[in-house]
Design a protein around this ligand. Structure first.
Ligand SMILES: Nc1ncnc2c1ncn2[C@@H]1O[C@H](COP(=O)(O)OP(=O)(O)OP(=O)(O)O)[C@@H](O)[C@H]1O
Length: 257
């Protein structure tokens, strides 16, 4: 009798980066970087200033064309795709700088983010003014505990509340992968706890996957399930937060930087 050994199928990573390189003139900003992110992970991307985090993010997100390498989201190549095409593939992002419209209400900001994610010019011109997104937007606002501020102008919110709104905007349209660029930057301790707690809850309840660039070590170490460290455009360490904290190469990269 022939025995068939069943092997577990390997899950397709949500994000797969292979041999990515990007130079600016003589500066090798990203050098042969490869990593995978599995569904449900919260991956922290850290490294001293100038280590290549933003250029790497920009290559992943189609803002910048890599010189070499490949990026796949849920098994599909993103080569040549624009940011709006990536939204349709289920990728959301936040930027270092706030992207909220101060003269619009919290609700309007969230609806606009939803329209950007899955609207077409035709649907925007001829569809319902809210593109049928008010219900979904209100749920998301409540999830991020901004319900009491729904009708306030975004510009009247505290900076921390605006960062929370900014993060919430990236979650409209239920992305499977969200890239967060310094979500904790300039946010006070109380709002930081709130932001972290909501991100963890979103990850746990919806199984979404995050990649987070962050300088705030306490925030990143307590939020992330795995950390990747860049220095000089290369990955110098990768592992769980507690191993990264005590990694001599990582300490040296920060102190030497
Ligand atoms: N658009 C660009 N044009 C020219 N050089 C760039 C560009 N983007 C990044 N670089 C260079 O690539 C290198 C790494 O980029 P960058 O400083 O943004 O890394 P980073 O890790 O994101 O740093 P930070 O933590 O300060 O944001 C730097 O030397 C930077 O000057």
């Amino acid at each position: 009798m022939t025995m068939h050994v069943q092997t577990a199928p390997t899950a397709t990573p949500v994000l797969s980066v292979r041999n990515l390189s990007k130079s600016f003139g003589g500066i090798k900003a990203v050098q042969d970087v490869s990593f995978d992110v599995q569904a449900g992970e919260i991956l922290g991307l850290i490294g001293p200033n100038g280590s290549g985090k933003s250029p790497l993010f920009n290559c992943i997100l189609g803002q910048s064309k890599p010189d070499a390498g490949e990026v796949h989201v849920n098994g599909r190549s993103v080569a040549g795709k624009r940011a709006c095409d990536l939204n349709k593939l289920g990728v959301g992002r936040t930027f270092q700088m706030l992207q909220v419209f101060p003269q619009m209400s919290v609700l309007e900001n969230i609806i606009l983010a939803g329209q950007e994610h899955h609207g077409t010019m035709f649907s925007r011109l001829f569809g319902a003014p809210d593109a049928g997104l008010t219900g979904e937007a209100e749920k998301l606002i409540d999830f991020f505990r901004l319900g009491h501020l729904k009708d306030e102008l975004a510009g009247s919110l505290s900076y921390g509340q605006q960062k929370l709104l900014d993060a919430a905007m990236a979650f409209m349209a239920g992305p499977s992968l969200v890239l967060l660029d310094e979500p904790a930057g300039g946010v006070n301790l109380t709002m930081l706890e709130s932001l972290k707690e909501r991100l963890v809850a979103f990850n746990a309840e919806r199984g979404s996957t995050f990649v987070v660039i962050e300088h705030n070590m306490e925030f990143v170490m307590s939020l992330c399930t795995r950390i990747l460290v860049l220095a000089g455009g290369r990955i110098i360490a990768e592992g769980p937060p507690e191993a990264i904290r005590s990694n001599p190469e990582v300490i040296e990269a920060y102190l030497g930087g």
